[in-house]
Design a protein around this ligand. Structure first.
Ligand code: CO
Length: 179
């Protein structure tokens, strides 16, 4: 049975490591499949719209994302060994992170991106999108490279009550058009 793992916070060394590529033969391992299930339940329990494995202290190149509520084609997905293959435009919007609880900041990202990788069956996948979906994809890939949004964002501040829902990349109410 999948279970909710502990999300680690800024200051924990695992968040600053470059996560290791997943070997193709690792994917079918029941423990690896369990990791994927655990990441989904941990992400939903937080609640968040994305979660990278380093956030649960597993230094592997894998993330989950689910923006199904915004667009039925935007999840749920798990991406193993993701690679940013296209990036266009620029957009700044409010962003938060489950590993930096309570804070939000204004973060510049590509407006639209395409990401390739493999799914839990080891099949090649390609995700593309814009706005919040693109923002979340970039945020999660950053996690795999030891980068937190607070490294690059401006105006990082304690979330006001109306911003608390921002955790893990959700848009500010006034930034909804970006999402
Ligand atoms: Co994050």
């Amino acid at each position: 049975m999948p279970y909710v793992r502990t999300i680690i916070h800024d200051g924990h060394p695992t968040l600053r490591k470059t996560a290791k590529r997943v070997r193709p033969d690792e994917i079918a391992d029941p423990l690896f499949q369990q990791l994927i299930d655990d990441m989904f339940v941990t992400m939903y329990a937080a609640p968040g719209i994305g979660l990278a494995a380093p956030q649960i202290d597993v230094s592997k190149r894998i993330f989950t994302i689910d923006l199904h509520d915004d667009d039925p084609e935007h999840g749920p997905f798990v991406v193993i060994n993701p690679k940013l293959v296209e990036a266009r435009g620029e957009a700044e919007a409010a962003e938060g992170c489950l590993s930096v609880p309570g804070y939000v900041g204004e973060m510049k990202r590509y407006e639209s991106v395409a990401v390739t990788g493999v799914d839990r069956a080891g099949k090649k996948i390609r995700l593309e999108g814009e706005g919040l979906f693109a923002r979340c994809l970039q945020h999660e890939i950053d996690h795999l490279n030891g980068v937190l949004y607070i490294d690059k964002a401006r105006d990082v501040h304690l979330a006001r009550e109306e911003e608390e829902q921002l955790e893990e990349v959700a848009p500010a109410p006034e930034a909804e058009s970006v999402g």
